[in-house]
Design a protein around this ligand. Structure first.
Ligand code: AMP
Ligand code: MG
Length: 341
């Protein structure tokens, strides 16, 4: 049974460590299942075992705080508070504060209170269904980031409302464990937190990391991105969806204005930037907002770059990333437009 985005395999997080050499450099790789996804961290250099242990411990702790289904979690306590204030840890308060900022910046395209709508569509239990218009209208009354109150480390939400960090938690986790790994001497690492990629430094030989960008139309990658010291986060409808009895495809990214899967014309959104939490939050929001609003947002800020693909297969790249982006051989005929300031 799939309970939530942050479903915990309570019986124990699967964890594997592998050591080896790549191009004569020591590597250590740690795989685990956490936050409802497979994660893999590869560090380069000697003596990284203890840094990896700390990072793994930290992931487990964050998962315990943010799980929607674990009745010991902070998010669970908030969601079952019956309208009273709940004291939470600094990480949870920071993440909520950040999420509410993004909701305001994106005019509500990003909304951490959308969880009851996802449940109605069956995305939280993998028991998919198409809710009626009346059901959605009634559920939408219990959503809305404006109703969430954060005062210091205290969160208050109205009874019936629920919060969830499914669209931003992995990105923030990436930031926190990047910090931990760096503090513990790691200078070169590749973090794959269920498709949220974060890289520390460059490859040990000094070359940039080469990351494949997933093809939204079929298996495999359509392009390669060369990066160092940054996060690369993708949101796409193909990541979690079902086909209804009506033959339509319904995916897991919801437009908070309608309560229905977002159809903005974009089918995949990749955000590149220094901060994982920002990339994660913007990848989800821009998927909802669509091309024109994405361009406007990008022009107002200087902390992210984007790679967008629309439903016709046209690629849009912001100018800061264009020289690091390469279409793969099989996709060389894809049309590219560069977005400039
Ligand atoms: P991501 O893969 O980061 O784009 O996050 C997708 C997940 O975020 C979904 O599975 C939902 O749990 C949640 N979600 C869906 N729509 C929204 C939205 N408009 N705002 C915030 N979270 C959302
Ligand atoms: Mg996201």
């Amino acid at each position: 049974m799939r309970n939530s985005f942050f479903l915990i395999i309570m019986a124990g997080i699967i964890c594997l460590t592998a050591c080896g050499k790549q191009d004569n450099y020591e590597t250590q790789s740690r795989s685990l299942f956490a936050m409802d996804t497979y994660m893999n961290i590869t560090t380069y250099g000697e003596n990284t075992e203890s840094a990896l242990n700390k990072a793994e411990e930290q992931i487990k702790e964050l998962e315990k705080k943010w799980s929607v289904t674990n009745d010991k979690s902070e998010v669970y306590a908030v969601n079952h508070s019956g309208g009273s204030s709940v004291s939470v840890s600094k990480e949870t308060a920071d993440l909520l504060s950040f999420s509410l900022d993004i909701s305001r910046i994106t005019d509500g395209a990003f909304d951490p209170t959308i969880y009851p709508i996802l449940t109605a569509w069956g995305f939280t239990e993998s028991e998919y269904r198409i809710p009626s218009e009346t059901e959605l209208i009634s559920l939408l009354k219990n959503t809305g980031y404006e109703k969430v109150k954060l005062s210091g480390n205290y969160i208050t939400i109205p009874n019936e409302m629920q919060i969830d960090f499914g669209a931003v938690g992995k990105g923030y986790t990436g930031d926190l464990i990047t910090e931990t790994l760096k503090e513990n001497g790691v200078t070169s690492a590749l973090l794959d937190l269920g498709g949220n990629i974060q890289v520390i430094g460059s490859k040990p030989d000094g070359a940039k990391w080469r990351l494949g960008i997933r093809d939204p139309f079929e298996e495999g990658h359509f392009a390669t991105l060369e990066v160092s010291d940054c996060a690369v986060v993708t949101s796409g409808g193909y990541e979690r969806y079902f086909v209804g009895d009506d033959g339509e495809t319904y995916w897991h990214i919801i437009d908070p204005k309608t309560g229905k899967p977002a159809h903005s014309g974009l089918i995949t959104v990749t955000i590149v930037g220094e901060e994982g939490k920002l990339c994660d939050a913007f990848s989800t929001s821009i998927f909802v907002m669509g091309l024109d609003k994405a361009k406007k947002l990008w022009k107002q800020r200087d902390d992210f770059e984007m790679i967008l693909v629309d439903e016709n297969g046209k690629v849009y790249l912001t100018e800061g990333i264009k020289d690091s982006f390469f279409l793969n051989q099989m996709h060389e005929n894809m049309q590219i437009e560069v977005i400039r300031r």
